[in-house]
Design a protein around this ligand. Structure first.
Ligand code: FES
Length: 518
């Protein structure tokens, strides 16, 4: 088995039974703030893109690069699709021209042609990825590889059960905005950053120890930040609170805990893997490359400057009435939200800095009051300060995931009262009916009420959440005789038998309601 490093979380796996291209990412992501490090734009993508299989682990934009997929990856490639609760990933890929899909089931091995075996484990809580994150296990001719990328399974036993793994690829660096964007004294920021950096490494050591693979490949980060405004986030200033350590730091830290089987892949590095060995060749000397990291970044910054400038010029949409649009998009979702709104439990304030860099419009998303309105001088749970142009762009394109766009861009500052609140970010990841309903249903099932509640609709008592994607049937369920239709996607159920009339499986729990007393 041959593995070619293609940058960040991306790699190409070649076997005699076919090739798999994973997560090819080249264009900047998140408001042109993240770029792949080291630079991979000079690779021969025309050739790399001629692949038999494509695997996109999830919809984060540093894994799913629509422009790149469209331009360089063969549409004859068969997509290995994780089993996600929504069809967004498949829809986006179809939109780009892919037509052949292997719909995997979580934790089930799929036998492909020629003896190639794969298994994808999809994680589906609203806090994983946008709506999901996944890992790919591959086996060919006795050699096994786990591309865990960003995924954080509770343990790796599903993979160890399939036999010894030879190559383990996993994330080790930061991929978040904490603590850099928080308005905190520098000393506190450094202390929190240091803790975070240590925790990231501890988690990585735990996974490595769980799997005990022959070789460990640090992948999926760090990105680099080439805009002057974000340059300080690169780990080049000797700051112990920086959460973006690179692969050379990984090797150093790994050695401290006794690790000696780490393999760094630069873009263009090639590892030949057998059950006994791993031989890697690099396009340049690895130590020398990392010793010259600053020069590499500076050169890249100059080259990418026009890309960043062009992106910035496209964000302003003065015609967008931000308050009115936020009301239109967010208020209906607040209305429907039970768990997320309760979880946030207070108002969240957005301070939007105008084009002049000084004027500020303050808007509050009032979760208890289920309203979006001008700020009224009250205490808020979270406060975000960002350029108005960014919010205009989000509203202009109808972005349903502000986490996977605004927040990951790090182009904002934040303050909060109390602890981190996952519900704030879960909500801003779910600015569509489909996503919100899924997240609400997920929390309903997992945290509040394992058996899920039953509700009365007309003459029937049915489970509250749709067996498809957990829509609230008190809102979306319409009963006509013995048939219930969930209006979110139009699935139909025969209530007498509980059978789903639209898809195999997906039984609904239903019973005739007792007659009402007059
Ligand atoms: S959630 Fe899709 S049909 Fe009900």
């Amino acid at each position: 088995m041959r593995v070619t490093g293609t940058g960040h979380a991306s790699m190409r796996i070649d076997t005699a039974a076919g090739s798999i291209l994973c997560d090819p990412w080249v264009n900047p992501a998140y408001f042109a703030s993240w770029f792949p490090f080291p630079d991979n734009s000079q690779l021969d993508w025309e050739t790399l893109g001629q692949t038999d299989y494509l695997y996109v682990s999830h919809l984060h934009r540093d894994h799913f690069d629509a422009d790149h997929l469209k331009r360089f990856v063969s549409k004859k490639a068969t997509v290995l699709l994780p089993a996600y609760p929504t069809s967004e990933l498949e829809d986006e890929l179809r939109e780009l021209g892919f037509t052949s899909f292997v719909e995997t089931r979580t934790n089930e091995v799929v036998e492909l042609d020629g003896g190639l075996r794969v298994m994808i484990q999809a994680l589906t809580s609203p806090t994983d990825g946008p709506i999901g994150d996944s890992s790919l296990w591959v086996e060919y001719d006795g050699v096994r590889l786990l591309n865990q990328n960003d995924a954080r399974p509770t343990d790796l036993s599903t993979f160890t059960d399939l036999g010894h793994v030879h190559a383990h690829m996993l994330q080790f660096s930061g991929a978040i905005w904490y603590p850099m964007v928080y308005e905190l004294p520098q000393a506190a920021k450094t202390a929190f950053g240091k803790q975070k950096r240590e925790r990231q490494f501890d988690r990585t050591w735990r996974y490595i120890d769980d799997l005990k693979a022959s070789y460990v490949f640090p992948i999926a980060g760090p990105p680099c930040f080439l805009d002057d405004e974000l340059w300080q986030f690169n780990d080049i200033f000797g700051d112990e609170g920086n959460i973006f350590p690179d692969q050379s730091v990984f090797l150093r830290e790994y050695a401290k805990v006794g690790g000696s089987n780490g393999v760094v892949l630069l873009p263009g590095s090639v590892s030949e893997l057998t059950t006994e060995s791993c031989t890697t060749t690099h396009p340049t000397d690895v130590d020398e490359f990392f010793a010259n990291k600053v020069a590499h970044l500076e050169e890249m910054r100059e080259r990418k400057r026009p890309v960043i400038e062009a992106a910035k010029a496209s964000w302003r949409h003065p015609e967008v009435d931000v308050l009115k649009e936020m009301k239109r998009v967010i208020e209906p979702l607040l209305d429907e939200s039970i768990y997320l709104a309760k979880g946030v439990g207070g108002p969240v304030r957005f301070d939007l800095v105008g084009y002049d860099g000084e004027s500020v419009e303050s808007i509050v998303v009032d979760f208890p009051g289920k309203q979006v309105r001008p700020y009224g001088d009250e205490k808020v749970r979270y406060r975000f300060r960002t350029d108005r142009a960014l919010i205009e762009q989000l509203l202009h394109v109808g972005e349903v995931d502000w986490v996977n766009s605004l927040f990951l861009s790090c182009r904002f500052s934040a303050a909060r009262i109390g602890q981190y609140n996952e519900f704030v970010y879960a909500f801003f990841k779910c600015l569509s009916e489909e996503r919100l309903q899924y997240a609400e249903g997920w929390y309903d099932e997992h945290f509040q009420n394992a058996d899920s509640e039953d509700v009365r609709i007309g003459d029937w008592v049915v489970q509250r959440r749709c067996p498809h994607l957990k829509a609230d049937l008190t809102r979306f369920g319409i009963i006509d005789g013995n048939q219930l239709t969930c209006q979110l996607h139009g699935w139909r159920f025969d209530l007498a038998s509980g059978r789903c009339l639209t898809s195999v499986g997906h039984q609904i729990r239903a019973a005739k309601a007792p007659a009402r007393a007059n």
